[in-house]
Design a protein around this ligand. Structure first.
Ligand code: 5GP
Length: 199
């Protein structure tokens, strides 16, 4: 069976990656979400094992030492990383896997898996990004300020991605990301075997 694709959805915190990813997962049952490990505290709306694996710093460092992470980053005072085994298992079963990760980790994924499909979700403006971060209601003022500072640097990395999607109206952004994901199915390296069968 053909290995599933890696689809990286990256971009600044607050831009709406999570909303886009959850809509895509609903629309595409064949997509698999990569649940990250993090040392950040769980928010009330989150479930351990669904949104993240919430782990101690000691546990996270052990995962690094044991080479259990496909990538990881230290972001806004916490560690975040993608468990390697779950990623490879899902791909081995033919699932396309979506990673919702920040830009340092995304660069590591691209280096390790050059065929990964890299999508950067961009804000319509920095003022709108700040509004979205504040409206979440679960991020402190200091954390909003830190995330905004990081956001500008992250946006400057966007030209390394295959695609940039502006998230002004979320349904439009979803449709655009859906188009990108759907196009993957028409890649010649996926279709050529089938083409040979019809000759
Ligand atoms: P949050 O704390 O708001 O859930 O996430 C903060 C940032 O970390 C977001 O940009 C999110 O995409 C990113 N992130 C989540 N999981 C991972 C991961 O496994 N690796 C990396 N590098 N970033 C992640």
């Amino acid at each position: 069976m053909k290995q599933g694709h890696i689809i990286v959805i990256s971009g600044p915190s607050g831009v709406g990656k999570g909303t886009i990813v959850s809509k895509l997962l609903k629309q595409n049952p064949e997509l698999h979400f990569s649940v990250s490990a993090t040392t950040r505290k769980k928010r009330p709306s989150e479930t351990d094992g669904v949104h993240y694996y919430f782990v101690s710093e000691e546990c996270f460092k052990e995962m690094i030492e044991n080479d259990e992470l496909a990538e990881y980053a230290f972001y806004a005072n916490h560690y975040y990383g993608t468990p390697y085994k779950a990623l490879e298992e899902a791909r081995g079963k033919g699932y396309d896997v979506v990673l919702d990760i920040e830009v340092q980790g995304a660069a590591q994924v691209k280096a390790r898996f050059p065929e990964a499909i890299m999508v950067f979700i961009a804000p319509p403006s920095m003022a709108e990004l700040e509004k979205r971060l504040r409206n979440r209601g679960d991020t402190s003022d200091a954390d909003v300020a830190l995330r905004l500072e990081i956001a500008k640097k992250e946006c400057l990395q966007a030209e390394r991605y295959n695609y940039i999607v502006f998230n002004d109206i979320v349904d439009d952004a979803c449709r655009e990301v859906q188009t990108i994901i759907s196009a993957v199915n028409y890649e010649a390296n996926n279709r050529f075997e089938h083409l040979k069968e019809v000759l």
